[in-house]
Design a protein around this ligand. Structure first.
Ligand code: C2E
Ligand code: MG
Ligand code: MG
Ligand code: MG
Length: 285
């Protein structure tokens, strides 16, 4: 069948076109139902400043809490949501939920940190993302500076003029822009200079082997130096070991994110990390 039985995973890449098309149809219907029945959930992963060891942000990562299949990863359904156009509605839900969460944490006196939201290509390039975000910020009374948008470089390079215009609008609203999975696309840093960007996130695939592969180490160091020369904050994603973190700190990287610090967690668990990582510098100067 199109759906696998176990592990809460869907297999899209089936043998024949028919099966694959069927899988998409099945998941498309399920996705519509998931929206209607509120089956999505956001998990939050902290980002830490390497100079202060304090939390400097959270990233919101969507999960599909499927009845009977448990949590389904966004890697399984975001591509289908993109293809079918459902990403527009799902993306809107993510913005609303993040803003609602910011309000809830604010009311509970949780230390305020910016929250990053992933935006996929179709979300950015189609529809009215600026108007949608502006409306949600206003309705929820959320300061725009609390939101970071994570965009991958591929989309920006394909239609650089159009994406630059949209990103300028979003920046004008007061949002911050980060380039996600940096190094995996085709962009040059010279191009990035023309885009209104605050930070770059070095892709996990470079970070993984920095302590054992001299090429990955060299690439990572080069990205950090060039990023700084262009006035960008440099973040490393997928940091899993102390050795990787030490290498990144020694190389001048600004911020890190990864399982070493914390995995993505539901809001009620993430809040403990926010508090723990906010108090850290006060306790051990
Ligand atoms: P991403 O934005 O690059 O997110 C980082 C992914 O790496 C997350 O996977 C996170 O759980 C995982 N990760 C974090 N630290 C580590 C680590 O130390 N080691 C390893 N091995 N993995 C780590 P996740 O949550 O499955 O998300 C996958 C992708 O799905 C994201 O990649 C993002 O592109 C997309 N995505 C997630 N949430 C949303 C959303 O709300 N909207 C859209 N459009 N895309 C989303
Ligand atoms: Mg991201
Ligand atoms: Mg990433
Ligand atoms: Mg990634």
């Amino acid at each position: 069948s199109a759906k696998s039985g176990g592990g809460g995973t869907y297999h899209f890449f089936t043998k024949t076109m028919n099966e694959s098309a069927m899988a998409r149809l099945v998941i498309e219907n399920d996705l519509r139902e998931a929206l209607a029945k509120n089956q999505f959930e956001l998990h939050y992963q902290p980002k830490v400043d390497l100079k202060t060891d304090q939390i400097c942000g959270l990233e919101a990562l969507i999960r599909w809490k499927h009845p009977g299949r448990g949590y389904i990863s966004p890697m399984q359904f975001i591509p289908v949501a993109e293809e079918t156009g459902l990403i527009g509605k799902i993306g809107e839900w993510v913005f609303e939920e993040v803003c609602r969460q910011i309000g809830e944490w604010g009311a509970a006196n949780v230390p305020p940190v910016p929250i990053a939201i992933n935006v996929s290509p179709r979300q950015l390039m189609e529809g009215r993302i600026t108007q949608t975000i502006a409306r949600i910020l206003e309705q929820t009374n959320t300061p725009a500076a609390r939101i970071v948008l994570e965009v991958t470089e591929t989309v920006m390079m394909q239609e650089i003029k159009k994406s630059a215009t949209i990103l300028e609008e979003l920046r004008h609203l007061g949002l911050q822009i980060a380039v996600d999975d940096f190094g995996t696309g085709y962009s040059s840093l010279a191009y990035l200079k023309r885009l209104p960007i605050n930070s770059i996130k070095i892709d996990r695939s470079f970070v993984r082997d920095i302590t054992v592969d001299s090429d990955d180490a060299a690439i990572t160091r080069a990205i950090i130096i060039m990023g700084h020369n262009l006035g960008l904050q440099v973040v490393a994603e997928g940091v899993e070991t102390i050795e990787q973190m030490d290498f990144l700190r020694d190389s001048g990287c600004d911020e890190v994110q990864g399982f070493l610090i914390a995995t993505p967690l539901p809001a009620h668990e993430a809040v403990h990390h926010i508090i723990r990582l906010s108090a850290k510098a006060d306790i051990e100067p």
